[in-house]
Design a protein around this ligand. Structure first.
Ligand SMILES: NC(=O)c1ccc[n+]([C@@H]2O[C@H](COP(=O)([O-])OP(=O)(O)OC[C@H]3O[C@@H](n4cnc5c(N)ncnc54)[C@H](OP(=O)(O)O)[C@@H]3O)[C@@H](O)[C@H]2O)c1
Length: 262
């Protein structure tokens, strides 16, 4: 985080009740004990629990980020309560695995709204205000599944690829205006989302032995990227190979990657 953010930045974290959002909120609190945190999640009870754990100036928003309007309304409520955002961490998300044509359209559309439209609406709302003030940061949690094609992830991959592309472009556009945008490309990281997705694949060598990280370590990398002005985080580190050698990684993922059950 740059010094220009001051001692008590206002940071909105979505998916705060989840593994990666929660760990990032904890890492932010450790770095800036006086930060004002707005913790948003569908799981309001989990977000409340985290709020009590973190203490200090915390507001909890139990909300469903299933529409752009909900995302914009969340941004407006947060800004009205603690003032304009100094930081935004978009980590709320869901993952559903299944063959493209078998996924019910309603489920596919909901995934696209939560994983792509809502974070874009938040980025749009926050970036404008941050650029006008010449300071701020945004962290968008995408996925390696938005970089490398995985069977069963047509909609999830589409959402995460779209978010990553917008995030990378925003990084370039906003860098000269005091706003730092970080794109995060996690491979598997232990969480409820990850366990659910793993169960949707047929067990095999890859599902059993795929390198898997933990949320607190990823959160440390995220906060470091914010502080040091890095454009992206790829974690666990082994996936940096796949990030760079995209052609090869795509062929390997499609040929040897896991097969969805349905
Ligand atoms: N863990 C991985 O392996 C991995 C890999 C790549 C990318 N990611 C991305 O990392 C982010 C965080 O995932 P995680 O691993 O920390 O999973 P997680 O522990 O399941 O956290 C995700 C959180 O988002 C919340 N959420 C889901 N739908 C929502 C909605 N409509 N409105 C508001 N909040 C909603 C969930 O609430 P509920 O629990 O109530 O549904 C949950 O608290 C996601 O965007 C995910 O796609 C994760």
């Amino acid at each position: 985080m740059t010094a220009r953010l001051g001692d008590a930045p206002h940071v909105l974290v979505t998916g705060a009740a989840g593994a990666i959002g929660g760990a990032t909120a904890r890492a932010l609190r450790r770095l800036r004990p006086r930060a004002r945190l707005t913790l948003a999640d569908l799981d309001g009870t989990g977000a409340e629990r985290l709020g009590r754990e973190l203490g200090g100036e915390v507001a909890v928003e139990a909300c469903d980020l299933g529409t752009a309007a909900a995302a914009r309304a969340l941004h407006a409520r947060a800004a009205a309560r603690f003032g304009p955002l100094d930081g935004l961490v978009s980590s709320a998300g869901l993952m559903q695995v299944g063959a493209l044509e078998r996924m019910p359209w309603d489920a596919a559309e909901h995934l696209l709204l939560v994983d792509l439209v809502a974070p874009l609406a938040l980025l749009h709302a926050a970036a404008g205000a941050m650029a006008a003030r010449g300071a701020g940061f945004v962290v968008n949690v995408s996925s390696m599944a938005g970089r490398v094609p995985l069977k069963g992830c047509a909609f999830y991959g589409a959402a995460k690829a779209g978010l990553a592309m917008a995030s990378e472009i925003a990084h370039a556009e906003l860098a000269g205006r005091g706003v730092h945008v970080v794109t995060v490309y996690p491979g598997p990281v232990r969480s409820a989302l990850e366990a659910g997705a793993r169960a949707e694949y047929r067990p095999g060598l890859l599902t059993r032995h795929v390198p898997t990280g933990d949320a607190p370590t990823l959160a440390r990398h995220i906060v470091e990227a914010v502080e040091r002005g890095r454009a992206r985080v790829v974690y666990p580190a082994v996936y940096a190979l796949g990030y760079r050698a995209l052609g090869l990684a795509s062929r390997v993922a499609l040929r040897l990657g896991p097969e969805p059950r349905a």
